[in-house]
Design a protein around this ligand. Structure first.
Ligand SMILES: [Fe+2]
Ligand SMILES: [Fe+2]
Length: 164
């Protein structure tokens, strides 16, 4: 069982934040499709799926502990970006902000002695390290190539290979 309303609200809030993350990455995928960069778009689609799985982790956690599940409205994600680097830099900044939220939740779960939530959040702490790293890797590549269209196409073909 979820120990109190505070934990229940936090878990619901993060579940909905993860649904938003999925939506955000789909909007980024759409932006890349519009730019005729299908590899980047496909990478973003895979990421959107990942984020949906994150939301379901919170959903199932609430379900198993008989918490009250509240799926809320998903806010409109940004649709306009300057270039590929701008998209990936925004994604990286967003992931860094998500990591901070996960850490805040971890502090609260520890304070409330909700060790089941701590266990769940441990997974998210590691996942955030991975997500920041994989997004930063693309940011670094995009910074390296500057304005080169040829190199952008090369990265696009490479990112198309991402499965999960
Ligand atoms: Fe996530
Ligand atoms: Fe993420």
């Amino acid at each position: 069982m979820i120990p109190n309303k505070k934990m229940e609200e936090m878990l619901n809030k993060q579940m909905n934040a993860e649904f938003y993350n999925s939506h955000l990455y789909m909007a980024m995928a759409a932006w890349f499709e519009n730019q005729n960069l299908p590899g980047f778009a496909s990478w973003m689609e895979v990421q959107a799926e990942e984020e949906r799985k994150h939301a379901l982790k919170f959903y199932n956690h609430l379900k198993e502990r008989r918490g009250n599940i509240k799926v809320s409205q998903v806010p409109q994600p940004p649709a306009n970006y300057k270039n590929a680097l701008d998209v990936f830099q925004s994604a990286l900044d967003h992931e860094i902000a998500v990591s901070k939220e996960i850490n805040k939740m971890m502090e609260a779960a520890l304070a409330e002695k909700d060790y089941a939530a701590v266990q769940l959040l441990n997974w998210f702490v590691s996942e955030q390290v991975e997500e920041e790293a994989q997004t930063d890797a693309v940011v670094q590549q995009l910074k390296m190539i500057g304005e080169s269209r040829g190199s952008l196409m090369y990265i696009d073909r490479h990112l198309a290979k991402r499965k999960e």
